[in-house]
Write a protein that binds this ligand. Structure first.
Ligand SMILES: Nc1ncnc2c1ncn2[C@@H]1O[C@H](COP(=O)(O)OP(=O)(O)OP(=O)(O)O)[C@@H](O)[C@H]1O
Ligand SMILES: [Mg+2]
Length: 212
């Protein structure tokens, strides 16, 4: 993103102004986005996904500028889990071994006793918040999109699974050469990032780190 700016619609003298913000994301790289409440982390993610149209600046995919002609194609590259995510019970039946894969993931996510797959659909989405978020994570794996965005995904996970997420899952996604963007307050896990972006009143500050 280059010199991206955004303001939420409506009149307000104390209005939040995002940007101008410039940064780039690479395949195989884990970027953590941190910063205080209301600093603009979720706004950054929504701008990056093309859900909000910037008032100034542009997004480039390589050297291709994203505009109305290629926006849908661009958006299709993202798999994102926001705080207010919605869970669909339909599994995409694009591959013949989806059932085996789903069962494998359900086991990895410790949901095998809660959810099963019946005729390409999940048996239930009536689960606890943390379990629903794990299910959303599985849907994100099945999506096979090149960019994964997790907005405070781990916030309602138990310590054990939170550890699995930061130490194993993020690394596995990065190993698949995906762009991995993680909005997080879990500073204990920042050492697993390749890059940390600190949001501060709508401004982007970069910190360089070495992944351990
Ligand atoms: N839908 C909205 N309409 C108007 N203003 C908004 C809206 N959503 C967010 N804002 C404003 O934008 C600012 C940044 O919000 P954002 O959701 O990006 O913060 P955040 O860093 O994700 O915070 P949190 O840690 O609480 O999730 C907020 O301070 C708020 O004033
Ligand atoms: Mg947020």
């Amino acid at each position: 993103m280059q010199a991206l700016e955004y303001e939420y619609p409506g009149k307000n003298s104390e209005k939040f102004h995002f940007g101008p913000a410039s940064t780039q994301f690479k395949r195989g790289e884990i970027t953590f986005v941190t910063g205080g409440n209301g600093s603009g982390k979720s706004t950054l993610a929504k701008l990056l996904l093309g859900l909000y149209r910037p008032s100034a600046g542009s997004i480039y995919l390589g050297d291709q500028k994203i505009d109305n002609h290629n926006l849908l194609h661009y958006r299709a590259m993202f798999s994102a889990i926001f705080v207010d995510f919605h869970l669909f019970d339909q599994i995409l039946p694009s591959e013949k071994d989806t059932t085996a894969l789903v069962n494998y993931y359900l086991k990895q996510l410790n949901l095998q006793d809660k959810v099963s797959i019946e005729d390409g659909r999940l048996s239930t989405t009536k689960l606890s918040q943390g379990q629903r978020r794990r299910l959303a994570l599985m849907m994100s794996f099945l999506d096979k999109k090149p960019v994964c965005v997790f907005d405070e995904w781990a916030a309602d996970q138990d310590p054990l699974f939170r550890d699995v997420f930061y130490r194993k899952i993020l690394r596995a996604l990065a190993a698949l050469k995906k762009v991995v963007i993680v909005i997080s307050h879990d500073s204990a896990y920042f050492k697993y990032a390749d890059r940390i972006i600190q949001m501060d009143y709508g401004k982007v500050r970069e910190k360089k780190v070495a992944r351990s």
